[in-house]
Design a binder for this molecule. Structure first.
Ligand SMILES: [Zn+2]
Length: 211
């Protein structure tokens, strides 16, 4: 018996959004799954970077994102990656490399993993693609004092740059769990384009609707 099944017997899995009982394979209960707001194939560009995401960042999607980000929930990760891979409009995936949006080192230390990297690995496995983990964040994070407001808007958690000596794919598809303003995507795209990428787009599990 797999460890996860064993844990499921001791503590039945709960819905990541509402806390009700959920099936052993699904992170959300049936009710919350129905409440997910699916977006169409439209590609939006909230900050100039073409972005596609399968669901709106509201309701149960917030619960899933939280489960992945703060508990590293494997079921949330698998479901989110599967929904991206299964619903991506033609041309979104396939060619190019998946590039996880980097986490600031301080956050990485606290959390222990980068949720965008987990998601990128899950999508890569399903879409037969490779991951190029070539970006990093450096410098102070916004929690430190002494930064002016305009700088925080551009780079909320440090500055994004290409890792020293890392190869940058020509066609890069940025991966993040959720995109709201798109400011981070813009910073990532700028770093990639400056380092030789010619085509930068993005996918996320959820995005703010109406952008
Ligand atoms: Zn629920």
């Amino acid at each position: 018996m797999a460890l996860r099944q064993l844990i499921g017997l001791i503590a039945p899995p709960l819905c990541a959004a509402c806390g009700a009982g959920a099936g052993s394979l699904e992170p959300l209960c049936a009710h919350c799954r129905r409440e997910l707001r699916w977006l169409d194939a439209a590609v939006v560009a909230p900050s100039g970077v073409p972005l596609w995401a399968p669901v709106a960042y509201e309701g149960p999607a917030r619960g899933l994102v939280r489960a992945l980000k703060f508990r590293g929930a494997a079921r949330a990760e698998e479901t989110m990656a599967a929904q991206i891979a299964a619903n991506a409009p033609p041309g979104t995936l396939g060619r190019g490399h998946l590039v996880p949006v980097p986490l600031h080192p301080r956050r990485l230390r606290v959390r222990g993993f980068n949720q965008a990297e987990r998601l990128a690995a899950g999508v890569a496995a399903r879409a037969g693609m490779d991951v190029a983990d070539c970006l990093e964040r450096t410098g102070p994070s916004a929690t430190q004092v002494g930064r002016d407001r305009s700088e925080r808007l551009v780079a909320p958690h440090g500055t994004v740059r290409v890792r020293p000596a890392a190869g940058v794919p020509r066609r890069a598809i940025l991966v993040d769990d959720v995109v709201t303003t798109g400011g981070t995507l813009a910073a990532c795209a700028a770093a990639l384009l400056e380092a030789g990428a010619t085509d930068v787009t993005a996918i996320a599990y959820a995005r703010t609707p109406g952008r």
